[in-house]
Design a protein around this ligand. Sequence first.
Ligand code: NAD
Ligand code: UFG
Length: 336
Amino acid sequence: MEILITGGTGFIGSHTVVELIKQSHSVTIVDNLSNSSLSTLSNIEKITNTTVPFYEVDCSDKEKLNEVFKTKQFDGVIHFAGLKAVSESIELPLLYYRNNLDSTLSLCEVMESNNVSNLIFSSSATVYGSVKELPLTETSPTGQGITNPYGQTKYMLEQIIKDIAVSHPDWRVSLLRYFNPIGAHESGLIGEAPNGIPNNLMPYIAKVATRQLPFLRVFGDNYNTKDGTGLRDYIHVVDLAKGHIAALRHLADQENNVEIYNLGTGQGTTVLELIKTFEQASEVQIPYEIADRRPGDIPACFADVSKPKKELNWQATKTILEACQDTWRWISKNSD
Ligand code: NAD
Ligand code: UFG
């Protein structure tokens, strides 16, 4: 298939591009490079030994996006482009609502006018908000207790895309709710590279391991989890990338023209367990201190993954240890 990837030089997009090319799909990338760099493109090309057409375009720019759509007839779009830092979204809500909503609305309009009707959208487990009943299934309630503008954009965009699909019965849409993506490509050439001090646990641990940060603060040790620290469903980014290909393959056979899938492992790992596993993978000690709970955090979150297993014939296979090993390889090579 001929696939357009928005946000294709970002963390999850770049790994998905690699997996698509491995499966003989043709890929074109659009990214405004607001949170990624061209070095990722050359590393994708090194891994795949393929030249990937790239356009430095903001998805909100309909005119330029339309020009990209005129270069070939795309069979589908995987839409990763968006801003994703939770704390930044609280400081800069207008930027987040403008960027994430505008880019998606423009993309859908340009898809419509170019008769492209297959869409895979990057959603997030954040849409489940403060739901307490675990594991989370695709039918668990959404939109309640979302604590930040970033999460709201994902919830709103799911509603918007569902409405578009109602008015366009020929569209085939897959809304993929990611749990906590971690890890990197085994080559050590692509991985996660957040700007500044990371918010998320794994990139923070990685910076402590390379001694760019002195210690980790563990946000709370009095939750009702096995060791009192927060529990999440960490999924290796290469497994996540493969989930997109499974969803793409299944689009034409979907029972409804919009389907939702949880992409997680179904397993929960605590903060202390992740620290220990990273120490094992890297043979580096991770100093940490117990701190107060982080406002807005939920105690625990993990997916029920029976729907993607049954319908997409997909499940995560990589372990947390492999994710830590791959992160360590990536960060050791690229700590500057
Ligand atoms: P990322 O920041 O590494 O990648 C996103 C890419 O989109 C970046 O390369 C950025 O430059 C680009 N971009 C942003 N706004 C754009 C715009 N208007 N036009 C064109 N390009 C634009 O993030 P990621 O971790 O790869 O996440 C990809 C998607 O998955 C995002 O939509 C994110 O919200 C979603 N998601 C991520 C996580 C996570 O923890 N990483 C979890 C759930 C959902
Ligand atoms: N944590 C720490 N110290 C840190 C960072 C995190 O103890 O320095 C803890 C958190 O308290 C939480 C766990 O590590 O218990 C995971 O935190 P992350 O920030 O890595 O991830 P979250 O589950 O809070 O949120 C992430 C993304 C969201 C996304 C959500 C579900 O940031 O955008 O996963 O996909 F919505």
